[in-house]
Design a protein around this ligand. Structure first.
Ligand SMILES: [Zn+2]
Length: 714
């Protein structure tokens, strides 16, 4: 594979800017500054590297090997605070500069991580109250990582100082192209901090949100249990208190904690924009953790960067007693990618950490099966990624992550996935920038609303009802139709879609209801289920019959809402949704149609024969209410049938276990076909295609090998 010329390299960067709408000054100037580094290119096909954990004698060899491998960039330094600031105010970046220079000499561009996820011991010894307090009111202890309070001003000040010193030191350094702020904001052992600083921060945030105490007291209904506040300083955080907290207070505390992390990040971002205007800035997270609103976190960053560990996640599910949850795991991973793309309105994203080997700490997942590491790479690209960084180059022989395996083993021999990942990198370079920066195309969207997730966690109604579980199972059911999905927020205009799915839309604002109403009026299909529109934005229950603000659109009234425990219920379908009866697993809303057509009825108990699924014609569109929690097979069939009614068509018909996505640029189109199974699968092609990976011309019935990939172009 020849390296791109500098002209191609710059051209690619400009294509990237126009395709991804990334802030013009950053990439363009960064790339222009990389004179003599043609191999770095606008491609971000790299690896996470730890010179701080590697003897300096090996840096040169590592850089040479990484360049030989085909990598274009590395990410370094995100956990190296103790080396960069060995004592307060004393900085040492000489080692990091030497590392960057060696990497740059080998045409490897550098993404620098700011180190605030792991403050050093001198810092926590001197300032012990920067450490987070958990939901029981217990202060955590330093010694791990991600143990800090997002509100604490001392922690914020010291984090900004080290990041600023790094930025000043490296802003003009050849080879540095961008920044990762902090590391995995979402992943602490405690989801929220409940310390005194957070309480004060919460009170300030509430003052700005509500203006007056009267407004706040009204909005939360604090007259209940004699909680009327007469001064903002009286407002508590939801720590154990002999009874459940006010739901409005609890929901606002989740919002505040999300805001606190976003505003913590913003301080470093503002500084980086000023000090390093030629560099891009992002941060890395995992997809399905709902502690922080990802749309807020990434709003002002240049692109989304996510970490992806399918094998590790599978192991975690098994550890949590969810053995045999492979459908849940694969849906979660695919959903994580679609969320990463959708968080920035469909702009290409980057995988900052991609699993390359066994992954975990005390316990770890097995080595990915032969073909899986390459398959995961293509899954990211298929869902809209423009770059992939693998975690990690060499494997540490010390520290909490010494079993988190990289591309080199502990003894620096090649890992089992070495050649396969190298092949993937080579192929992606050959596929080229146009594919990597193309758009992902779909007519369907799934609403993922953090307010609903938080509010439902506060009052799930049924101990097993969880918003993320519902989102994942709906995502899996929708993806069975193979027509792609955007994962959107409640604030998004829906007119670009033919069908929009919104399970457990528990909190419904007037603006969101208006957007849904206008979407259906205009001809869209809106599909939702139980607990629709129960709560206002301040977490009060609506004073109208359910489903509240959308009663006219849905054409039904919820006559009763019933969590399902020992008294079971089932559902029988009309010919339009024909299929075997379904069990209703966690919940049943009993529906009273007011103009809506009945598509299924309950089969048991006092409500046998009453409507369970309805479809209402409203304006030019349809609104579907699924009252009961369906089993997996029925949900997939029902949602697939509804997608078909809405006019959504898959690009290819494929068997279960095979994923299909489409990316487009201008009049060019690429169809990604991914076989997630351990045995070969057949697919019938409706026309002639070329497989861009193998160069084969294909027609009719084709095979896709175990964990195999095809990138088809007609
Ligand atoms: Zn705190």
């Amino acid at each position: 594979m020849t390296s791109p010329t500098r002209r191609e390299f710059l051209g690619g960067a400009l294509a990237l800017i126009s395709a991804a709408s990334i802030r013009l000054p950053l990439w363009a100037q960064t790339v222009a500054s990389l004179a003599g580094a043609p191999a770095a290119g606008p491609l971000l096909l790299g690896v996470d590297y730890y010179p701080d954990q590697t003897p300096e004698a090996l840096w040169e060899e590592d850089a040479r090997m990484m360049a030989d491998f085909g990598f274009t960039n590395v990410r370094i330094a995100e956990f190296a605070w103790a080396l960069m600031e060995p004592a307060e105010g004393r900085f040492d970046f000489a080692w990091l500069r030497r590392s960057v220079e060696i990497l740059h000499k080998h045409n490897l561009a550098v993404i620098l991580g700011t180190p605030s996820a792991a403050p050093p011991p001198w810092l926590t010894a001197k300032y012990p109250d920067i450490v987070e307090v958990n939901e029981k009111g217990e202060r955590l202890h330093p010694g791990g990582r991600r143990f800090t309070c997002p509100t604490n001003q001392v922690y914020r000040r010291l984090s900004l100082i080290i990041a600023s010193e790094m930025a000043r030191t490296f802003t003009e350094t050849q080879g540095v192209i961008g920044w990762q702020i902090d590391n995995e904001f979402t992943l602490g052992s405690s989801q929220r901090c409940y310390c005194n600083y957070c309480q004060a921060g919460f009170q300030t945030w509430l003052r700005s949100r509500y203006g007056t105490l009267d407004n706040l007291n009204q909005s939360w209904g604090t007259v209940f249990w004699s909680q009327t506040y007469t001064d903002f300083s009286q407002i508590p955080v939801p720590l154990p208190s002999g009874g459940d907290p006010n739901p409005g207070l609890a929901l606002d505390y989740d919002r505040y904690q999300s805001y606190a992390n976003v505003s913590f990040q913003q301080e470093q971002l503002d500084m980086l924009r000023k000090t390093c205007p030629r560099h891009f800035v992002t941060t890395n997270n995992v997809g399905l953790v709902d502690t922080i609103n990802m749309r807020d976190l990434y709003e002002k960053l240049d692109f989304t960067a996510f970490d992806n560990y399918p094998g590790f996640f599978d192991m975690l599910m098994a550890q949590q007693g969810r053995m045999g949850s492979s459908a849940f795991v694969s849906s979660s991973i695919a959903l994580g990618h679609d969320l990463a793309r959708s968080v920035k309105g469909g702009k290409p994203f980057m995988i900052m950490e991609e699993q390359s080997g066994k992954a975990g700490q005390k316990t770890f997942s097995p080595q990915p099966e032969k073909g899986q590491a390459r398959l995961w790479t293509y899954q990211a690209i298929a869902h809209g990624a423009m770059g992939v960084n693998y975690f990690r180059w060499d494997t540490a022989t010390f520290g909490a992550e010494e079993y988190w395996h990289g591309i080199l083993n502990h003894d620096r021999s090649k890992s089992p996935a070495f050649d396969e990942i190298k092949q993937g990198v080579r192929e992606l370079k050959a596929l080229g920038r146009e594919v990597l920066y193309s758009n992902y195309v779909t007519d369907a969207a799934l609403v993922f609303d953090y307010d609903c997730s938080w509010a439902l966690a506060i009052q799930p109604g049924h101990f097993r009802l969880a918003y993320l579980d519902q989102i994942v199972s709906w995502y899996g059911a929708i993806s069975a139709s193979r027509s792609g999905i955007d994962v959107i927020g409640p604030e998004i205009d829906l007119s670009a879609y033919k069908i929009v799915f919104a399970p457990v839309a528990y909190v419904m604002s007037e603006k969101q209801a208006a957007r849904i109403r206008s979407f259906v009026q205009g001809g869209g299909m809106f599909v939702t289920n139980f607990r629709l529109g129960v709560k206002t934005e301040t977490s009060q229950i609506v004073r109208t019959p359910l489903p509240g603000l959308l009663r006219d659109v849905m054409g039904v009234t919820v006559e009763d809402y019933i969590p399902v425990y020992s008294a079971k219920n089932g559902m029988k379908f009309s010919p339009a949704l024909a299929g075997p009866d379904s069990e209703c697993v966690l919940w049943t809303d009993i529906l009273q149609p007011a103009g809506a057509e009945v598509l299924a009825s309950y089969t048991m108990g006092a409500h046998a024969g009453q409507p369970a699924i309805t479809m209402n014609s409203f304006g030019k569109g349809k609104a579907v209410y699924i009252g009961g929690d369906l089993n997996e097979a029925s949900l997939a069939r029902v949602l697939r049938t509804l997608s078909g009614m809405a006019g959504v068509k898959p690009p290819l018909e494929v068997p279960a276990g095979v994923e299909v996505t489409v990316r487009k640029a201008g009049n060019k189109q690429w169809i990604f076909v991914l076989n997630h199974g351990a045995s070969s699968q057949s697919v019938n092609l409706p026309a002639a295609f070329v497989d861009l990976l193998s160069g084969e011309k294909l027609t009719g019935k084709i095979d896709i090998g175990a964990y195999g990939v095809r990138v088809l172009q007609s």
